[in-house]
Design a protein around this ligand. Sequence first.
Ligand code: UD1
Length: 420
Amino acid sequence: MEKFLIEGGHPLNGKIKASGAKNAALPIIAASIMGEGKTILHNIPSLKDTETMLKILTFLGAKVKFFNNTVEIEPSGIKRFTAPYEYVSTMRASICLLGPMLAKYGKAKFSMPGGCVIGPRPIDLHLKGLKKLGVEIKNEEGYVIGKVKKLKGNRIFLGGNFGSSVLATANVMCAATLAEGETIIEFAACEPEIVDLARFLKKMGAKIYGEGSHILRIVGVRKLKGTEYTIIPDRIETGTYMLAGLITKGKIKIENCIPFHLMALMDRLEEAGIGVKYGNDYIEVEGKDKWKAVDIVTLPYPGFPTDLQAQMMAFLTLADGISVITEKVFPERFIHVGELNRLGANITLDGSKAIVKGVKNLLGAKVMASDLRASAALVLAGLAAEGETQISRIYHLDRGYEKFEEKLSKVGAKIKRVRE
Ligand code: UD1
């Protein structure tokens, strides 16, 4: 196993180019199997998760080539319809193949994804939506088995107790593109990654209206064709590097990003007293010696993203005053709290709220990464801490950040990957 050694206290200064969005790439790669003929996707980040998704496609029988952030997928050889436990257990997002497989082949067998460190991860909304389109669903020996002769459009309310669901929307939207007749999805997710998926599907020939809103109308078509498409930049990666610059009191410009996808973060930073500059495709932040505590509530887009909660918490550990962070998407997503406290933070938990009392400084320590974004938060804290921080189990970071330590080193971070 590998770990990071970080020598903290060096301000990050310079430019970082954002990579393609992991959470857009995964459902778009999955949806490509619905096309007749080859699909070419650009700006696909080279990550453990995209690799896993491509391995599943290869296992199913598709021909896949991946080079220089471009992937070519020829799905015509697909002859298997099972996504086994080995894959689904390493990446829950493999569930986004369910809708495309049912739409194209009328059958799919998926190992049931379990919970994970960020809390229970049910798939009831995925199944409810697919059943409404006519899919018969059974559970057998830890697998969900779906079958359908002909998908039929329907009116579907897809809201759950925690609001909309990103991947349930992706699955139902994909399935509806090849269903007979019209589908209306109410309480659809409107994350930029869902909009990107809808745009990709439209390029394949799908008829989708209302993407980016909570109501989607999809008119089924008989066939989709393979196409060429470029994935949007990663807003979570962008936000992570903004916060890395700020927590180290440096100055960072993120290029090749979409600032409008990060309005919630920019709003909270402005409230904290940080100036943010942005243009069409860049964001620039300049750190300060002091920043104010601010309250955060995570919500589905365009609210503050749960995927930036941990990194924002790391930043707020050094704020002036007390911040309250309320997690409304995954109420148990606080595994990083204990580790941040090991670095000298003062955070207490009260149900789905974290109370972060700003401290003067953090001190390097040995900590353990637990999930993708929690690990990023520990790196940010380590970059700001005095002395050395060792972060073990960094394989979590490789799931979602392309060339993480390389990008950070280029702007002045002292971070090394070593074998444990
Ligand atoms: C996606 C993102 C993940 C992000 C999350 C929320 C990908 C690959 N992953 O995950 O990075 O943190 O959105 O922005 O895009 N829920 C149900 N029933 C369901 C499905 C979800 O109750 O069938 C609940 C979840 O437990 C959670 C909330 O809905 O409380 C939102 O989850 P969801 O949007 O589905 O997350 P994912 O799509 O899995």
